[in-house]
Unconditional design. Structure first.
Length: 387
């Protein structure tokens, strides 16, 4: 847990003055609905009670100085010349957001920023979106900019798509901005409408970081997205009105499967079935059907493993172990894949034993240490302190 006084003092020691404010933007865990967001489908994430904190102070010039405690590194750039930093890739999330603000003709000046996070980097909990949203909100407050929550989320997503080069959907940034305590968000990624789904108090969300790290930019993530786009183009030969896999039902996909190459069909099958699972899962959670929700989580993981092929052996081991433990309703890969974390729905009275057994058996079977977080649904981005 990051203490505000600790961050304030770290800022002062580094920059030689006190910060004006501290903002916090949460990470997120997606309960179900993986790789559906960029297919204009549905997702069911929640904001975490862990995230990115930025202490900030406005400058009178057009320079930005930003220090990351996670990387023990500083970056400096001018608002008049924002280019990609190939030596410090983490700073491109900051640079991209600032460049996006300037592209909107918003009146901003430079700033000093000190970043701390209690999210595992690369763990599938959206540390990048959390950073983007925190940077955008800090500049918003420092420059008295009036920006709606959805606009901030789109700004952050645009930075990741257009500047960093990661073709993510809107889910991560939207959840970091508009998450609500005690609730999951059933988000329609086509029109950004959403419905709050209460998470029952007798369960906990357990996130287990496998310790396996992924590099999504320029990797298989963008390849999966391209496969989905190709599937839509091919299916339009018989379904001319579709614009995304969101528009294809499981029955339609089965009927027209002959249009898709063997390498593309399972990718489309995952997305189409996952959208349906997400809607069913939201209804199950809304009605307190935890067993039904858990079964859908398990089916989601199988689809991610077999059809979308974004799991890895360590993640599969975590899911298998979780399924065997008392009190676990369901478990699955969460995040983009190729490592990262699992998410499990666990009965509250079984959480302590579940986490101990999961860590011990993962160590024994895989030879790695897992980091386990018992999480609560959190509010979205906010000002954590004002000085």
């Amino acid at each position: 847990m990051i203490e505000m006084n600790q961050l304030r003092d770290a800022f002062s020691n580094h920059f030689g003055l006190h910060p004006r404010l501290i903002v916090r933007a949460p990470g997120r865990v997606n309960l179900i609905g993986e790789h559906t967001d960029y297919n204009e489908g549905f997702v069911l994430p929640m904001a975490l009670d862990r995230g990115t904190f930025i202490a900030a102070h406005a400058r009178a010039d057009r320079m930005v100085r930003v220090y990351s405690s996670s990387y023990a590194a500083e970056d400096r750039f001018s608002l008049d010349a924002i280019e990609r930093n190939h030596e410090q890739p983490w700073s491109n999330y900051v640079r991209g957001v600032v460049k996006g603000l300037l592209a909107r003709d918003l009146p901003i000046l430079g700033a000093d920023l000190f970043i701390m996070s209690d999210l595992p980097l690369g763990g599938g909990l959206s540390s990048s979106a959390s950073l983007e949203v925190a940077v955008g909100y800090a500049f918003q407050l420092l420059n008295n900019i009036d920006m709606l929550g959805e606009e901030l989320a789109l700004l952050a997503q645009g930075a990741e798509n257009n500047f960093v080069g990661m073709q993510c959907g809107i889910m991560d940034q939207f959840t970091s901005v508009l998450g609500r305590a005690g609730q999951a968000l059933l988000l329609d990624c086509r029109d950004l409408s959403y419905r709050l789904i209460p998470i029952p108090p007798d369960v906990r969300i357990v996130v287990c970081d496998s310790g396996v790290r992924h590099q999504l930019v320029g990797s298989e993530y963008n390849s999966r997205r391209a496969s989905c786009q190709e599937a839509v183009q091919l299916l339009r030969a018989r379904l001319p009105r579709i614009t995304a896999l969101r528009d294809v039902s499981p029955g339609q996909l089965a009927e027209h499967a002959d249009l898709l190459p063997a390498a593309i069909l399972p990718r489309a099958r995952h997305v189409v079935s996952e959208i349906q699972r997400t809607l069913e899962a939201a209804e199950a959670l809304d009605h307190g059907d935890l067993s039904g929700f858990g079964r859908l989580m398990n089916a989601s993981h199988a689809s991610l493993r077999d059809d979308y092929e974004v799991s890895v052996p360590e993640i599969d081991a975590l899911v298998r172990i979780a399924h065997s433990l008392e009190g676990c309703y369901g478990s699955r890969l969460t995040g983009g894949g190729f490592g990262g974390s699992t998410v499990s729905l666990v009965r509250v009275g079984a959480v302590e034993q579940f986490t101990a057994d999961l860590a011990a058996r993962y160590r024994e079977e895989v030879g790695r240490e897992a980091t386990i977080l018992v999480c609560s649904p959190s509010d979205g981005v906010s000002r954590a302190a004002l000085f």
